[in-house]
Every structure is written in C-alpha cells, then in structure tokens.
Unconditional design. Sequence first.
Length: 290
Amino acid sequence: MMSNEQSSISKIGGTIPEEINHASVAAKEAVLSGGWYYPLYGVVYFISHPSLYRSVAPLMLKSALASLGITIGMFTFTFLPQVAFCALFSGPLAFVAAFALVLSESSAIILLVAKAFLLGPTQDRLFDAVMVQQGHADVVQRGREVKSSNGVKTLGKSITRPLGRFSKARIIRYIISLPLNALPFIGTALFLLYNGNKAGPGFHARYFQLKGWTASQKQQFIQREQNAYTAFGAVSLALGLIPFAGLAFGFTSMVGAALWASSMERQSGTSVDFANIKPIDERSEMRVNI
C-alpha cells in the first residue's frame, strides 16, 4: 500500500514542471474562454435567490466557524516560520508569499474537514435546485425525484449513488504544488491554474452523472472545454482562499457550475459561446422548494 502511494506521489510530482509550463502557456486561452465568469455569476445568483442560501444557512454557519478556527490556528503557529522560509525566495515580499502559502494550506485542511464531516449531498441538491429553476427538471429527474404542485416544484430524494468527490490524487497534487506560493503573485497564479486544471471538471461531476455519460464521453467533453474548466477551477480556488468564507464560496461555485450546465443545455450540447452569454431572465425561472 505504501509503495503504491509513493508511486502515485512520484508520478504526480514528476509531471509538475511539464504541467506548470502548460498552465502558463494556456493562461491566456483560459481567460479568453470565459470559464472564469461562472463562479462570479454564481455568487450574484446565490445572493439574489433567498431560497438557495436559506437552505444551506445552518451548514454555512458551521463551515464559517470551522474555517475561522482552522485559519486562526494556521496563522498563529505556522505564519512566522513560513515567512522565514519564503524570505529565501522572495526577499522583502516574504510576508506576502507566506500569507498566500498559509491561506492555501488552510484551504486544503478546511476542504478535507468539510468533505469528511459537513458537505455531504448538499452540493448536489443545490446544483439540482438551480437546474430546476432554470427549466431543466427533465435532466434532474434522471437522478432525483421532482414533485410538482400548483406550479411549484419540490426536490425529493436522490435516486443515484452519492458522488465520491474525495480525490487522493488531487490532494497530493495540491500539497506538492503549495511551494509555488513562495513566489509572490506569479507563483500563486500558477498554483491556481495548475490545480484549477483538475478542479474545474469536478464541479460538473453531478451534471455528467445526470447526463448518464460514460467515462469516455466525459473525457472527450472535458478535453474539448479544458481551457474553460481551468479558468473556472482557478477562480473557484481563488475564492476558496478567502479567509472564513472559502466554504461558502464552494456553494456559490456549485451554483455557477449549474448555471453553466444550464447554458450548455440551452445550446443543445454544442460548444458554449461564452462571449455571447446573456443574464437569464429571473422572471422566467421555475419556483422550487429545496
């Protein structure tokens, strides 16, 4: 077992220079793809729809308290030692680099705690709710009961297996790339792009499940939209680094992922033209009880 894990770490570590170089080259394409738009749109949509944030308010409070405790603890015990470490590479900008490094480490711990004890199926339910609001109940019904009464749709129980979003490879990838944050600004940008490349498609795991796609179909689609997924993942990770609010932005990014999936459905499975996306008319949305 230990040899397999060491092999995985060695394999992931060996690809870092190549993938970082690819991420830096692809940065422009990722920005132009427009994928960065949806995590931000998800924040606005989430705030403007009380039914969404009320449904996860208790969980958001627990998440905020957990984030607060972990972040304060990390800054108390690890910030100054990491300032000394970053000074070897960043000189007078060591405090800036150490700040980004501690935030990244805190985010990783918070994410592990959240996935293990807090999030559960909430993200999938939030994704389904937004999809139904946008008129895609037919898609959601492939994986969840949706009841309708007096023009209001109510989400029922899920009829698909829970998604396993915990990825050992992604955690190893994240940890190994943490030292990039020792280089102020540029290093952090590369860190976000490098990890966003794999994190982005994860936000559409529920969408792929509802579509019933095979592993081959998912891979082909992800490769086609890779730059957009990298941009989406990078912005989502950046939002996740915001102290005390990172997990809350995890919910808003899931809302953004659902809005993106809705746009894909509206375009009948063709490649999305992000440049011509218009805000959805909220008056046409379906009322949904979560």
